[in-house]
Design a protein around this ligand. Structure first.
Ligand code: FAD
Length: 329
């Protein structure tokens, strides 16, 4: 691990000021469950690490005036699971309870999950986000069994690592970004927060140097159904091979609006418009959920080693819908 300065912030303003001293040469530390290993492997080499874990204003889970919920970026998975407000969003609980490691539930934060850098093994071995070695695209020619099956026609083949982004996007969540200047803030639909890098200098989110995520806001849960399903290889700590989250508005027993978002199948969370279109005007049954799964994967373009993920993505969509409709799948 290379040397770096450590600075602990005690307020949002303090964090922004500590980040502003060295623009582009800082890293934010929340729970540290991933950042510490990135520092150890020298995949991230900041001049200063800004620890935000003591900023109390970023921890609360509270109701919004319109009946939604505001979640601080430092809320831990354990706090999400315990929160009666978050319990109104079943798809979030489906995801939080699937992360089966007490340590991660206690330390991992929702902001850290959203900014988690890809788990792509070429990136984690030091070949950069795009997995290049002397002009060779390792993620295209090498073993790509865990890579993207959607949005993979450019150089980026990794999959977005966030567990919560699909369900948050399915709930039309917005994200508050603070900085880089003190007092500067922007609210962005979470759907627009993630980017697919085209070059080596681009990251995986819209965060600019000196900015941080402070809060998320979810629209009211009342009157809507939701479910999420992750296909995991192991029953312990593991990353999904494919995942999906669905939020449904129903009228007279049929779907009036559906939002279906896949995870771990593309460089960003993947909103499936074909799946949502198929469901409009339909009840949720085994047959319609199956059709939505098929529609979702109609856009897939698997790589040489990951055709199997197409089937898993279809199953994830189907089961997220059946869970939303109350089935125990
Ligand atoms: C050994 C190990 C195995 C793990 N395996 C799994 C697994 O299998 N499945 C799983 O789901 N999770 C796993 N995790 C947990 C994983 O690290 C989660 O993504 C966790 O939620 C990250 O939260 P954190 O607060 O610890 O993030 P940190 O490690 O503190 O930060 C992660 C990234 O987000 C940035 N960041 C953090 N907060 C903010 C913010 N507010 N604004 C802007 N940027 C921010 C950091 O700079 C860093 O780049 C594992 C962790 C460990 C240690």
């Amino acid at each position: 691990m290379r040397n770096f300065e450590y600075a602990a912030a005690d307020s949002e303003a303090d964090a922004l000021s500590l980040l502003a001293d060295h623009p582009g040469e800082t890293a934010i530390l929340a729970g540290g469950t991933d950042l510490v290993s990135l520092l150890q492997k020298e995949l991230v080499n900041p001049r200063r690490v800004v620890d935000i874990s003591r900023v109390s204003e970023l921890k609360a889970i509270e109701p919004t005036d319109d009946g939604g919920v505001r979640i601080g970026a430092l809320a831990t998975l354990e706090e999400l699971l315990a929160s009666p407000l978050a319990a109104e969003y079943p798809s979030l609980r489906d995801v939080a309870s699937a992360i089966r490691a007490i340590q991660i539930q206690q330390y991992g934060t929702i902001g850290g999950d959203l900014c988690h850098l890809p788990n792509c093994w070429y990136f984690r071995k030091g070949y950069g986000l795009l997995g290049d070695s002397n002009g060779r695209a390792l993620s295209e020619e090498g073993d790509n069994r865990y890579h993207a099956i959607f949005g993979n026609r450019g150089r980026a083949k990794f999959v977005s690592a966030s567990r919560f982004a699909p369900s948050l996007i399915a709930w039309d969540a917005s994200v508050r970004i603070a900085g880089p200047a003190a007092g500067e803030e922007a609210w962005l639909p979470l759907e627009q927060f993630f980017v697919t890098p085209k070059g080596d200098q681009q990251g995986v989110t819209r965060l600019a140097p000196g900015q941080l995520i402070t809060h998320l806001e979810l629209t009211p849960a009342a009157g809507r159904l939701s479910g999420a399903y992750e296909v995991l290889e192991m029953s312990g700590l593991d990353w999904p091979l494919a995942a999906a989250a669905s939020t449904l508005e129903m009228e007279g027993g049929v779907v009036s609006r559906a939002k279906i978002v896949l995870g771990h199948v593309a460089p960003t969370p993947w909103v499936s418009h074909p799946a949502a279109d198929v469901l409009r005007g339909q009840p949720i049954t085994e047959a319609t959920a199956e059709l939505a799964g098929e529609a979702a994967v109609s856009e897939a373009s698997p790589l040489k080693d990951n055709e199997y993920k197409v089937r898993l993505a279809k199953t994830a969509v189907k089961r997220s819908l059946l869970r939303a409709a109350g089935a125990n799948v």
